[in-house]
Design a binder for this molecule. Sequence first.
Ligand code: NDP
Ligand code: MG
Length: 383
Amino acid sequence: MKKKIAILGSTGSIGTQSLEVIKEQSEKLEVEVLTANSNSDLLIKQALEFKPNHVVIADESKYLEVKDALQPHDIKVYAGNKSIEELMGVTSADIVLTAMVGYSGLKPTVAAIQNKKRIALANKETLVVAGELITQLCAEHRTDLIPVDSEHSAIFQCLVGENPDSVEKIILTASGGPFRGKKREQLLEITKVQALKHPNWTMGAKITIDSATLMNKGLEVIEAKWLFGVKGEDIEVVVHPQSIIHSMVAFKDSSIKAQMGLPDMKLPIHYAFFYPDRISASFERMSFSKYGNLTFEQPDTDTFRNLALAYEAMAQGGNMACILNAANEIAVEAFLQDKIKFLQIAEINEKCMQSVSFIKQPSLNDYVLTDTETRNFAKSLLP
Ligand code: NDP
Ligand code: MG
C-alpha cells in the first residue's frame, strides 16, 4: 500500500521539493491532495503529473481555470481557504505536509489533527501562533507531529531512543543569514534584493527575510519549545555559518548529539514521510574533505532584535507569540513592498507586542481575533 500524501502549499519551495521526494519514492508514496494560493499554472502542471484526487486553489478567481484544466482528468477541484480547511477534516490522506506560509496554516492543520492525520510540519508559524492548543489537540487525537524544519528534524532524530527526562538542553543552529557580523549602522539601508540572498538555502521570500532578521530563528525557538516540551531557558541558539550541523541535543550526562548533512530540505521531508523507517535516497552525500572548518559563534541579539523578542514572547506566553507572528507577517510584507526599512521590521514587532491586548489563556477564537487585531495595528504603523 502506498502512503497517500496531502501537500498544502505544493507550489512553494517546500512543496516542490516534497514532490521531488515523492517522485523518487513513487513506489511507496502517492499524492492525494495539492493546494496553492494563486499559482494556478504550476498547480495545474503538478496535478496533471501527479494525479491527486483533490486540488484546492485558495484564490477563488482562479477556480474556473483550474477546474476546466483538471476535471476531464477526474480530479476534484475546489477554491478558497475554507475549502482547504474542510478538505483536511475529511481527507483520506495518511500524511498532511503543511507547507503553506504564515498564519494560513493554522486552521487546516487543526482540521487535519482532528481528522487524526499524521502532520509533517513545515509551517512553523502554526506552532508559534497556537503551540499550546496544537500540542493539546495532538495528544487528544493521538496524532503525530513530525517536524520538517531542518533544525527540528535534527533534534527529533537526536531524540529517537532517548528518555525525554535525560535532556538538558536543545541547541538550535543558525546560519546567521546574509548579514551575520554586521552592526545596526550597517543595516540602515539594506535593500530587499540584498536581504533575499541567503548564503546556504533557497527558500520562499517570507522565510528568507525572516532568516536575515533572525526572526526565523526566533520562530524556531518557539517551535522547539512546543515540539519537544522544553522550557525557553533550555533552548540555546548557536550561529554555525556552514549549516552542516542542523541542530543538537545536550543530555544530562554531558553528552551532545548532533545531526549533520548537506543543507537540503529534501532530507527532512523524506525523513518525515517515512519515520520511523530510514529508506535509501539518492541525495548528494556530504564529503568531510569539502568542509574542513565547522565554526560556531554567539548570535548578536542587540543588532538582530527579533530573536530577543521571540524569547520575550515565549516567556510571557498566552497570545504573545501570536502577536509577534502577525506583526512580523505584516512588517515583512511591507519591507518586501519597499514601504519600510529593514530595521523597522523588529520595531513594528516590538510595538505590537507592547500594544495589542494580551490574553493569558487564549482559545482558538482568541488567536483568530488576536491575529486580526495585530494585523490592523501593525498596518496603522506603516507609512
Ligand atoms: P513559499 O512562499 O515558497 O511557498 C508557500 C506555499 O504556500 C505556496 O504553495 C503558496 O501558493 C502557498 N500559500 C501562500 N499563502 C497562502 C495562503 N494564504 N493560503 C493558502 N496557501 C498559501 O514558502 P516556503 O516553501 O519557503 O515555506 C513554507 C513553510 O515552510 C513556511 O512556513 C516556512 O517557514 C517553512 N519552512 C520553509 C523552509 C524552506 O526551505 N523553504 C525551511 C523550513 C521551514 P502560491 O505559490 O500560489 O503563492
Ligand atoms: Mg529551519
